[in-house]
Design a protein around this ligand. Structure first.
Ligand code: TEU
Ligand code: CA
Length: 562
């Protein structure tokens, strides 16, 4: 079977975290008018689809991932008129808009939940998972929340526990209840009728629960629990197929599932083209490679082969039958240049190398805001500077356990979600030009050096490299979107190299992931390779035979002449 052609395979997505993108009115919070201001900037960069993290009404316990009204815009972000104007502006420029659909859970301030908790016979009771205490009075199961503590919270009012896989202000919706499912489809249709072009679906593999609820074996690692207990429940695919049939299918739109708990073994059940479920998933193979048994803040070393493997096993698993999204960071994970590159001496080179990787692997790429200007992780000196509920909850827990808090803060510097949530650095003006007021979270102090104004002026900058690579990708859509992917020298810990090929056309991508000069043995004679693109200026001279002399963090893309 040949791979099918689809607009959403050819598109490149740009993720906006609205709270941190651009503030238009000086209240310190990014907003929709701020996005409107920057549409020309995004268009000139050359991206096709904008995905906005949630912009619905929310008390912001988890920055909008806790929705209290799915039909209205968050007051901090603006009004429905602003939304309409933004959508029109996006479409006028030939771009598309993806909304974030968060329907595994709602906010506890959503009317469904405020009703649900009132009494056991409230009509909304079964919109959520309520369980009585066990005979000995303890909580229904030993499940842990993603953000620390138990996944069950006791509610005095009715003497029962409700389930929340995330914070206690994010109760899980009960998809077993057909009314809940119809509410969700109604929400989807509402936004699609307004003209949005699809959805990114938050923790979608969690919507079907294994019932009755049972304890998990506490010796099992968290990842194992996620895959086999929280995700992939028995009715999941039935729910997804019903959702698509009753909403998505009536429109020409795209869907991306946040595929936490999705594995190469079951991936095709989600994205197989014959399944009628999702177009693609974000898989997490390469996102968890530096996490030890203790989870997020238990940081372990990883090797380049781990990163390669993350992409290779997925490409192999799906082949031509399904599709993935390619990303190296997002609003939940550290900045890619700090994590996979070198944010010191080779900041520019390594940011460009990662752009090359992102835009030449097989899958729909997603660029997270600020990557195009080379934004890096931040190391705030005090926990007071942090805002993320995950970081703050785990900080409190570590403190209670009497851990070394300085070490904990160091782990936050490496892994915390606020690394990617500091304001986009627009200029070297106060607060990085993000706001004229006090930003809700401080700007990264490196903004006088790293900012959009500076990279836009310099034609040799990271920004212009992204722009060129995006154009390059469009020029070579056949091979870069649809071509096969094959790793070269898989065991190499310094160089990530691969071939992309289709119908007699082969490209070779060679990426030096080190700060050293590396002699790389290519599977071609140097004169069989036509150099197309790379992150170093000037001619490559003096190479002979099959050995490429790669400079620190050098990226090259070749066309094979043979
Ligand atoms: O993330 C789900 C998820 O897997 C995260 O818990 C992830 O493991 C964690 O952020 C890593 O630090 C989605 C959203 O992307 C995230 O922002 C939300 O907080 C979460 O769902 C709850 O809606
Ligand atoms: Ca604002």
């Amino acid at each position: 079977m040949a791979i099918t052609q689809q607009w959403w395979k050819e598109a490149v997505i740009y993720q906006i975290y609205p709270r941190s993108f651009k503030d238009s009115n000086g209240d310190g919070i990014g907003d929709l008018r701020g996005i409107i201001e920057k549409l020309d900037y995004l268009k000139s960069l050359g991206v096709d689809v904008l995905w906005l993290s949630p912009i619905y009404q929310s008390p912001n316990d988890d920055n909008g991932y806790d929705i209290s009204d799915y039909y209205n815009i968050m007051t901090d972000f603006g009004t429905m008129d602003d939304f309409n104007e933004m959508l029109e502006g996006i479409h006028q420029r030939g771009m598309k808009l993806l909304m974030d659909l968060v329907v595994n859970h709602s906010s506890d301030e959503h009317k469904w939940f405020t009703e649900s908790r009132k009494s056991k016979d409230n009509p909304y009771r079964d919109y959520y998972y309520w369980q009585p205490p066990k005979a000995d009075g303890s909580k229904p199961t030993n499940w842990k929340s993603f953000f620390g503590g138990d996944a069950w919270d006791y509610d005095e009012q009715t003497g029962e526990y409700y389930l929340h896989l995330f914070t206690k202000k994010q109760p899980d919706l009960n998809w077993e209840n057909p009314k809940v499912r119809q509410e969700v489809y109604k929400i989807i249709r509402y936004w699609l009728d307004k003209g949005v072009d699809g959805f990114r679906m938050d923790v979608i593999p969690f919507i079907s629960k294994r019932l009755p609820f049972e304890d998990v074996d506490s010796n099992r690692g968290f990842n194992d629990v996620v895959i086999n207990t929280y995700a992939n429940g028995p009715r999941l695919h039935e729910f997804l197929q019903e959702m698509v049939r009753e909403s998505i299918n009536q429109y020409d739109v795209m869907t991306v599932g946040e595929g936490i708990g999705v594995t190469p073994q079951n991936g095709l059940l989600y994205v197989g083209e014959d399944r009628g479920e999702l177009n693609m998933v974000f898989h997490f193979e390469h996102m968890f490679i530096n996490q030890g048994k203790g989870g997020k803040f238990d940081i372990v070393d990883f090797q380049l082969t781990d990163l390669k493997q993350g992409f290779s096993i997925w490409d192999e698993a799906l082949g031509e039958k399904g599709w993935v999204n390619i990303y190296l960071d997002n609003h939940d994970f550290p900045r890619m240049v700090s994590r996979f590159g070198n944010d010191g001496k080779y900041h520019t080179e390594s940011a460009k190398l990662l752009a090359t990787l992102l835009l030449t692997l097989r899958g729909t790429p997603c660029i997270y805001q600020g990557s195009e200007i080379g934004m890096t992780n931040v190391a705030f000196p005090s926990i007071e500077d942090y805002r993320d509920v995950e970081t703050l909850n785990f900080y409190e827990e570590a403190k209670e356990r009497g851990e070394d808090m300085e070490a904990f803060l160091k782990a936050v510097h490496i892994q915390g979600r606020d690394n990617v949530r500091t304001p986009v650095q627009w200029s070297n003006e106060l607060n990085a030009g993000f706001t004229t007021g006090t930003p809700w979270i401080k700007a990264n102090p490196n903004y006088p050096k790293i900012n959009a104004e500076a990279v836009l002026k310099n034609t040799n900058s990271i920004w212009h490299y992204y722009q060129q690579m995006l154009q390059f990708r469009k020029t070579h859509l056949d091979v870069l979107v649809y071509g096969d992917y094959e790793v070269i020298d898989e065991a190499n810990q310094k160089v990530y190299a691969y071939k992309r090929s289709i119908k007699g056309k082969t490209m070779i991508v060679v990426l030096n992931f080190t700060s050293e000069h590396i002699a790389f043995e290519a599977p071609y004679e140097v004169d069989e390779l036509q150099y197309l693109k790379g992150n170093y200026k000037g001619k490559i001279e003096g190479e002979e035979g099959t050995v490429l002399d790669l400079r620190p963090w050098e990226a090259r893309v070749y066309l094979s002449k043979v």
